[in-house]
Design a protein around this ligand. Structure first.
Ligand SMILES: Nc1ncnc2c1ncn2[C@@H]1O[C@H](COP(=O)(O)OP(=O)(O)OP(=O)(O)O)[C@@H](O)[C@H]1O
Ligand SMILES: [Mg+2]
Length: 470
């Protein structure tokens, strides 16, 4: 059954709504403030919410309502949130719709009218949810693209660990897809109806991390004006994703270990033990074995979180996948930005294949995003994805990665190309810059041109495509 959540600080309004909306074929829940609303939202996953924007502690403002709206949409972007406003906050209502609210409704409330809006929102939410389930079942790999052996192994690990509750440690360089893999495990697990709560252990100052993780009681420290739950508690029945676990300060490692051993937490400043049932997935881009050797990571904690270790290969070791991923992002970003039909030039694809991608898939995605937005089209050239002379030096000219002949050809092509660019297509200048004769330059151009017809055919893009010989 679908659920409706009614958020309003006024008890009379809640009562009226209860009478007015009961018998609607859905479960009805109530909350009087932001905290209660978010807690109920996480627990009940309502399809539709009616949200009064003026919530305590800002009954006369809209800050708390807008904060709740943002948080709810982050937890479940498909939920339909109808913002209820007084006559005076029309601009706030529009702002709420801009952020992602489904609709707004102005007081005074006419129940039959509001009921129609709620029914329509319920119907739409159901359709969208069904659509998503269908898509997810087709998209069996949760958006993880890759054919190479390394990724196929990762995918089979994901399937296996998703069926159990064992802690998983995902390691890999920055941008290799650690969070994506964590989400895939969560989505495929029995906990997928609840949230995966992520916390970046490296980004939060040490003194705040404990309260962020375990929450605090009212009065626990200066400024703690109310009791706040921590991320661990929010992850109850769901998954807790501990990102950058290698950066976690030592004192907190002890507290985390206690939690993992007993599955019980105590809020900062509190005495009560609170049981939490959550699945732990951790990620790291530092070498934990080395951190243990150096004494910055506890071995006993490692044995708890690293029951299963999934290692993500860097992009430069994924062979053909880089091409697959490049096209995947080109299509996806093209659709998102309405800039479809772009293709990579041969040269651009060659550059993509030979670059060593220190920022891995995130870097690839970002470069392609920029290219799709900036390129008038229809073809994306190496410059559009930001290839520069410096990048050229990063090429994988390693033994085993390419033959000496291939490396020489690649270098020759780069040099010819660079000389032509610098001389604005003037072949005399270009050949003398390389210290070779004009006929040799022509030969080089011919030999490398078959791979990259346009750029090396000698047509100069800066002078309308003419080649200057003098
Ligand atoms: N195999 C993949 N297929 C498609 N997209 C991917 C794949 N791996 C990663 N991505 C995308 O690349 C980006 C970076 O991935 P993610 O954030 O999961 O990496 P990360 O390892 O957590 O990075 P960091 O160490 O910087 O936090 C995301 O936008 C993600 O969707
Ligand atoms: Mg990450």
């Amino acid at each position: 059954m679908q659920n409706l959540l009614i958020v309003d600080d006024n008890v009379d309004v809640r009562q009226q709504l209860k009478w007015g909306l009961s018998g609607g074929g859905f479960g009805v829940h109530f909350a009087k403030d932001g905290e209660e609303a978010l807690e109920c939202f996480r627990r009940e996953r309502p399809s539709v919410v009616t949200l009064d924007l003026g919530l305590p502690p800002h009954e006369n403002g809209v800050e708390e309502g807008i904060r709740c709206l943002g948080e709810m949409l982050r937890i479940d972007p498909l939920s339909k949130i109808i913002v209820i406003t007084g006559n005076e906050d029309h601009s706030a209502a529009l702002e709420a719709v801009r952020i992602g609210a489904y609709d707004y409704y102005r007081k005074p409330i006419d129940f039959s009218e509001l009921k129609i809006i709620i029914d329509r929102a319920m119907y739409l939410q159901q359709l969208e949810a069904e659509n998503r389930t269908l898509r997810d079942s087709r998209d069996g790999d949760c958006g993880i693209v890759g054919d190479c052996e390394g990724i196929q192994r990762v995918l089979s690990h994901i399937k296996r660990v998703a069926a159990s509750d064992v802690p998983v440690l995902i390691s890999g360089e920055s941008g290799t897809g650690k969070e994506l893999v964590a989400r895939a495990i969560h989505q495929k697990s029995a906990r997928s109806k609840r949230e995966m709560v992520a916390i970046n252990c490296g980004a939060i100052p040490e003194n705040l991390l404990e309260s962020e993780l375990f929450g605090h009681e009212k009065g626990a420290f200066t400024g703690a004006s109310r009791t706040v739950k921590g991320k661990v508690e929010y992850a109850d029945k769901g998954t807790l994703f501990l990102d950058e676990i290698g950066e976690m300060p030592m004192p907190l490692q002890v507290k985390l270990l206690r939690f993992l051993q007993e599955m019980v937490i105590t809020r900062v400043g509190g005495r009560r033990d609170i049981e939490v049932d959550t699945r732990i997935i951790a990620a790291t881009n530092i070498d934990i074995a080395q951190a243990m050797e150096e004494g910055s990571f506890r071995e006993d904690l490692y044995y708890r979180i690293g029951v299963v270790n999934i290692v993500l290969p860097p992009l430069r070791e994924r062979g053909e996948d880089v091409e697959l991923l490049a096209n995947f992002f080109l299509n996806r970003v093209g659709k998102e930005t309405g800039n479809q039909g772009l293709t990579f030039s041969k040269k651009a694809m060659q550059w993509i294949r030979s670059y060593d991608w220190p920022g891995n898939i995130r870097e690839l995605e970002n470069r392609i995003k920029r290219a799709v937005i900036m390129t008038p089209g229809p073809r994306i050239e190496p410059e559009d994805i930001g290839a520069s002379g410096e990048d050229v030096q990063r090429r994988k000219m390693n033994a085993g990665e390419m033959s000496l002949k291939e490396a020489r050809q690649l270098l020759e092509r780069d040099m010819v190309e660079d000389a032509l660019r610098r001389s604005l297509g003037n072949i005399v200048k270009a050949s003398s810059a390389l210290g070779i004769s004009r006929p040799t330059f022509y030969d080089l151009m011919k030999n490398t041109a078959s791979e990259t017809p346009d750029a090396l055919s000698g047509r100069n893009p800066n002078n309308g495509g003419r080649i200057c010989v003098a």
